[in-house]
Design a protein around this ligand. Structure first.
Ligand SMILES: NC(=O)c1ccc[n+]([C@@H]2O[C@H](COP(=O)([O-])OP(=O)(O)OC[C@H]3O[C@@H](n4cnc5c(N)ncnc54)[C@H](O)[C@@H]3O)[C@@H](O)[C@H]2O)c1
Length: 317
C-alpha cells in the first residue's frame, strides 16, 4: 500500500550473503523509508540494491533500497538501526573463533565509522565470533551498552524449534524452545522452557532424542557450513537479525533471545551474553530473567565465564 506510513532508515553494513538477505527482508517488511546496504566492494551493494528495487512492483513494497560501495558511509548518516554483517564467514572445519583476528579489524573500523555517521543508532552485530564482536563494537563505537546487541539466540532458538517440530512431527507454530549462553560451544539450550502444544518437551520426546537435538542445535551452523562447502548460513540468520531491527524500529517491547550486556542478572556481572531481553527503540530495554533449572543456570554461568575470558582480550585486537 503506497499510503502506509514508513519511517526511519536502517543500514546494513556488508553486502554478502547475510547482509543482502537481511536488506531484502527489511525492505519487504515495507515499514522503513529507506534500507541502505553498504560494502567495501564497489558496485556490489549498488547492483544488489538495483535488483531488490526492481522486485518492488512484484512483491508490492515501497521501501527504497540504496546501495553504497567503496567503503563509504556517505548516505548512511543518522540511521536508526545499523546491522553489522561485515566480516569473513567460516569455511568447513573452522570454528567461529578462527575468524577473530580478521573480523576484529573489520568490525572495529566499521563500528567507529558507523558511530561517527549515526551517533544515535542501535547496533545489531552479527559478525563472528558473535559475542566477542558485539563487545568490540560497543568498545569501538563508545555507544551505551544497551544500544549495542548481537544476534545469535534468535537463530539458535529457531534451529532448535525447527528440529523439535520435525522430530515430533508437529507444526512449527506449536513448538516453543529457548537457547541462551554464547553462540558456540557454550550455547545453553533450556529444555525446561521448551514445550510442544504447551506440554513440556520431556513429555513429548525421549531424553536421548532431546540430547541429540540439543547437540544438533549447538552444531547447527557447522552442519550448514559443511554442506555448503563455501560460506555459512544466511536465510535463518538474516530472518533473526531483521526481526531484531524491526522490533527496535517499531519499539515493540518484544522479548527475544539476543546477545546483550548482562550486569547483575542471574548473578552474572559485566559481560555480553545470550539472554532474553525486551527490545525497543533504545535497543535493550531490559534483560529478562526467566526461571531456569539449577543445571541450566550453572550452564549459563559457565558460558558467561568462557565468553568473559575471550571478551577480556578484545581491546588488544
Ligand atoms: N551471528 C550469527 O548467527 C551468524 C550466522 C551466520 C553468519 N554469521 C557471520 O556473518 C558474517 C557475514 O557472513 P556472510 O555469509 O554475509 O559473508 P560474506 O563473505 O558473504 O559477506 C561478507 C561481506 O562483508 C564485506 N566486508 C568486508 N569488510 C568490510 C568492511 N570493512 N566494510 C564493509 N563491508 C565489508 C565483504 O566485502 C563481503 O561482501 C560472517 O562473519 C559470518 O560468520 C553470523
Amino acid at each position: 500500500m503506497a499510503d502506509k506510513p514508513r519511517n526511519g532508515k536502517v543500514t546494513v553494513v556488508g553486502a554478502g550473503f547475510y547482509g543482502s538477505t537481511t536488506a531484502l527482508r527489511l525492505a519487504e517488511y515495507d515499514i522503513f523509508e529507506t534500507v541502505v546496504l553498504t560494502d567495501i566492494v564497489e558496485g556490489k551493494p549498488e547492483g544488489l540494491a538495483l535488483d531488490m528495487n526492481q522486485s518492488r512492483p512484484i512483491e508490492g513494497f515501497e521501501t527504497r533500497v540504496v546501495g553504497i560501495g567503496g567503503g563509504s558511509y556517505e548516505g548512511t548518516e543518522n540511521s536508526d538501526v545499523v546491522v553489522i554483517t561485515a566480516g569473513l564467514p567460516r569455511k568447513p572445519g573452522m570454528s567461529r573463533m578462527d575468524l577473530i583476528e580478521t573480523n576484529a579489524k573489520i568490525v572495529r573500523e566499521v563500528a567507529e565509522k558507523v558511530a561517527a555517521a549515526s551517533p544515535d543508532a542501535v547496533l545489531i552485530v552479527v559478525s563472528n565470533p558473535l559475542d566477542e564482536m558485539t563487545a568490540l563494537a560497543q568498545l569501538a563505537s563508545q555507544f551505551p551498552k544497551h544500544r549495542v546487541m548481537g544476534q545469535a539466540g534468535m537463530l539458535d532458538t529457531a534451529r532448535f524449534t525447527n528440529f523439535v517440530a520435525e522430530e515430533a512431527g508437529v507444526p512449527i507454530s506449536s513448538v516453543r524452545t529457548l537457547t541462551l549462553g554464547s553462540h558456540g560451544d557454550t550455547m545453553v539450550p533450556v529444555p525446561s522452557r521448551c514445550t510442544v502444544d504447551g506440554k513440556p518437551l520431556t513429555e513429548v520426546l525421549a531424553a536421548d532424542r532431546i540430547e541429540h537435538l540439543v547437540d544438533r542445535t549447538r552444531n547447527g551452523g557447522a552442519e550448514v557450513v559443511a554442506l555448503l562447502k563455501t560460506g555459512s548460513a544466511y536465510f535463518a540468520p538474516s530472518a533473526a537479525a531483521a526481526r531484531m531491527a524491526r522490533a527496535v524500529m517499531e519499539d515493540s517491547g518484544a522479548v527475544m533471545p539476543v546477545c546483550a550486556w548482562v550486569d547483575g542478572e542471574y548473578g552474572i556481572n559485566g559481560v555480553y551474553l545470550g539472554v532474553e531481553a525486551e527490545i525497543g527503540r533504545e535497543g535493550v530495554r531490559t534483560v529478562v530473567e526467566g526461571d531456569l533449572s539449577e543445571s541450566e543456570l550453572a550452564g549459563l554461568r559457565d558460558a558467561a565465564e568462557a565468553v568473559r575470558a575471550k571478551q577480556a582480550d578484545i581491546a588488544d585486537l
